[in-house]
Design a protein around this ligand. Structure first.
Ligand SMILES: Nc1ncnc2c1ncn2[C@@H]1O[C@H](COP(=O)(O)OP(=O)(O)OP(=O)(O)O)[C@@H](O)[C@H]1O
Length: 274
């Protein structure tokens, strides 16, 4: 299981940009207690922003999330949220997200800018940093924590202004539950399974047809084999007959020779007597 062990805030809401406030989370539980306006919600907002990239509701696209530049002499506030955590594989990581609010002196409006984010992986003495320029942090961090973005957003770090969603109207409720349970993915998986089953059924039909053909072929082959066996038997019989006949011819030849010999003997005797 992943765990978050430290959060540093600088330049967010009432947290000054001149210092960095750090909160260390205890195990198994950390209770955040403080007077009204002391920054409890800000801590949850920072945790949510760090893990999901979501800005607080009603924060004027982030402009009022950053420490108001009107509160100090400079026209801009450089803010930073740092999160130290252990990912699901127990690897220590530090995420740094930098933001900036700039005051337009003429219009007096404040604009918000999210700057480059960095994720450092610490393995012993080895440190490796990747930037948001090359990685999609918003989808990477929930994966590293082993929790979906929807659960981080609507359950674990649910903003107090959004906390009534479980008693909202049915369509909003359905939308939230669909996101939490990743129903879209589930529906897609079901559709994929249906498609795969359809394709497999076609393949099974083809295989079954082939089996029928192959059975016929086997039957024909057996028939052919037995007729070949019959022919072989006949050939063997014929060979044996030929052998018998040649034996008999040899014997007849011998008989004839004998007869011829005795005939000659007889002729010789007759000639001598004459
Ligand atoms: N952009 C800003 N710049 C400076 N200060 C701000 C800014 N936005 C809000 N604040 C101040 O930050 C504080 C907000 O604190 P936060 O809401 O985190 O406190 P809280 O402890 O959750 O309070 P509560 O118990 O009333 O919910 C308030 O005092 C508010 O006036």
């Amino acid at each position: 299981m992943a765990s978050i062990y430290k959060l540093s805030i600088s330049g967010i809401r009432s947290f000054s940009d001149e210092s960095q406030e750090t909160i260390q989370f205890g195990k198994p539980l950390t209770l955040i207690v403080g007077t009204n306006g002391s920054g409890k919600t800000t801590i949850i907002e920072c945790l949510r922003y760090a893990t999901t990239g979501e800005l607080p509701p009603g924060s004027k696209n982030g402009a009022s999330f950053i420490n108001d530049p009107n509160l100090h002499s400079s026209n801009e506030t450089k803010a930073q949220v740092k999160l130290a955590f252990q990912n699901v594989k127990k690897v220590n990581m530090i995420l740094s997200k930098s933001l900036m609010a700039t005051k337009n002196i003429r219009t007096k409006t404040i604009s918000f800018k999210s700057k480059e984010n960095q994720l450092m992986t610490i393995r012993g003495v080895e440190k490796e940093t990747i930037s948001s320029k090359v990685a999609d942090m918003e989808s990477e961090i929930p994966k590293l924590l082993g929790v979906s973005k929807a659960i981080l957003n609507y359950v674990i770090f649910c903003h107090q202004d959004d906390s009534l969603w479980p008693i909202s109207d049915s369509s909003t409720l359905k939308k939230k539950f669909d996101e939490i349970f990743d129903s879209v993915k589930f529906i897609k998986i079901l559709e994929n399974i249906k498609q795969i089953t359809k394709e497999l059924n076609v393949e099974i039909k083809l295989i079954n047809n082939n089996v029928v053909h192959l059975k016929n072929d086997r039957h024909r082959a057996h028939k052919k084999m037995s007729s070949i066996e019959d022919i072989n038997n006949q050939i063997n019989k014929f060979n044996k007959d030929v052998e018998d006949i040649s034996t008999r011819i040899t014997e007849t030849d011998k008989e004839l020779n004998k007869l011829y010999q005795s005939n000659q003997d007889f002729e010789r005797v007759i000639n001598v007597e004459q």
